[in-house]
Every structure is written in C-alpha cells, then in structure tokens.
Design a protein around this ligand. Sequence first.
Ligand SMILES: [Zn+2]
Length: 129
Amino acid sequence: MPTSTARVPKRNKRELEKHRRLLEQKKAELSSELAKARTAEEESNDESTQDIADKAVSSYTREFLYSLTDGERTVLLQIDEALGRIDDGTYGFCLNCATVLSDKRLNAVPWTPYCVDCQELSEKGLLEG
Ligand SMILES: [Zn+2]
C-alpha cells in the first residue's frame, strides 16, 4: 500500500518528542523574556521624571531591547514553524535542499529550517524565496 510519505525516512519518534519538548521549552522562555522586554520598554518610555543622563541610558537600553526582541521574535516564529513541521512530519529536513538535518544540528538549534550550507546561503541572502 503506497503512501505519499513512503519515500521520506521516518525520524525516531522519541527523538521528535524530545525536540518538541525542547522547542516548547525555548518558546516559553522566549515568550516570558519578550514580555519582560516589553515591560522595560514601556517603563523606559516614561521619561517625565528622568534627567538627561537617565535619558541617554534609557535610549541605549531601548535600542538594545529592540535588537534583542527582533532576533527573539524571529526565533519564536521559527519555533512555531518547527512545531508545525513536527506535526506534519516534515521536521528534521532542510527546507531548501531537503537534506536530513543531523541530530547534532537539531540538538544545537532545534528550530532551524536549514542545513548548515543553506543557512549560510540564507544569511548571505542567496536563498530564493
Ligand atoms: Zn540545505
């Protein structure tokens, strides 16, 4: 009985569950950090009681928070996509070249959509789509 997933090697279910736990853990972690950053952002927006030196510090802090939360928002998005791929059975493959991602890579960056080579291309803006 042929199935549409027959040519896709199955990943170990226990490994998948382990990665799912890792992803959900990281997601919870990032969500609470983002919430904290947002609170700090709001507080630093309240400048009515600050003198000039404080303002300089808080604008530096704000820039730092913006860059931090941008990166973390991206990771959160990638985590959600990775969880979706676990559900539809495509987790663990490079989205670009469909190569099987190594356990080492998945353990280091469980939400990564790409193999090392494609990740590099993506960072250079050389990936299509
Ligand atoms: Zn690849």
